[in-house]
Write a protein that binds this ligand. Sequence first.
Ligand code: FES
Length: 343
Amino acid sequence: MSNENPSSDVVVHTAAATQVPERFENPGLPVHKARMGDTDPAAAKRSERQVVALFGLSVLGTVGFLVAYFAVPPGETVESIRLSNLLLGLGLFVGMFGIGAAAVHWAKSLMSDHEATEDRHPQRSDATTRAAALDVLAEGAADSGIGRRGLLKGAVLSAVVLAPLTIAVPLIGQVGGDWNVSKFRHTIWEPGRRLARDPSGTPIKASDVTIGSVFHVIPEGLRDEEHWIEEKAKAVVLMVRLDPAVLKESPERAGWSYEGIVAYSKICTHVGCPVALYEQQTHHLLCPCHQSTFDIADGARVVFGPAKRALPQLPITVNDEGYLIAQDDFDEPIGPSYWERLK
Ligand code: FES
């Protein structure tokens, strides 16, 4: 007796069954078709030119990346940062794509097109086999034809030598930069600064925040700061109103929330992604990067994932007009924990 699953080819046999699964003939390899380049030297030359053009495209992409890096640096506006990132990304893409596409086209159209089969063998090969493998590698190098195709050699060398500049130049640009991590210890939150909606900057009244609602918050007047984008990157907050009955507050943080409204840094304490996926039923806040999960009802402690410490809490209250205001800055550095160790 056997149980057959109609949705698959799996056949399950019981102890009483002796039925053998149906076998079929090995269909073998399909008939080999010669490529145009194998029989027509002009086609082979055309393929070579295409490979050269793709490597040339990579060179252009790398050069474009370098020009964008120096000529279009990110400015103070979001638009200029977007433009800079767009140009850098395009240059990087074209630089890497050119090399990848050229390598694939080279292998498919210029390297020899024989089909090879190999029987299974023990994993550890003997000395003779390993020596043979080296011979195969050497043969492959010869097979690529790089020794006798001067133009191709120049193109591949140019593309491969220039491409690492897309990584090296930005890194070199950071040498001598401001690595003083103490600037991460403080944000522009200060006593009395109103909480405002991101990105409009409109101040928020406590009465606007209903139970279960989530607000993305920035300090009021953020855009008046000299380096407001950097300040925003540090000061962003996620604010939630919970039923006060579910809120667990430690004695030292009593009074840091207002009628169930709590505010926490939006910068993940793992490696700094914005933590903004709120699950209303569980009060969990999820970081989309590596799934660190924080319990907003319990001091934003870590309940899952690689983050090692709770999200810093912004102590808040309301002013005479009912607007939510900060009582002070965060009481600890925002962001990844390693900032604490680099004081
Ligand atoms: S950055 Fe948030 S979990 Fe890694």
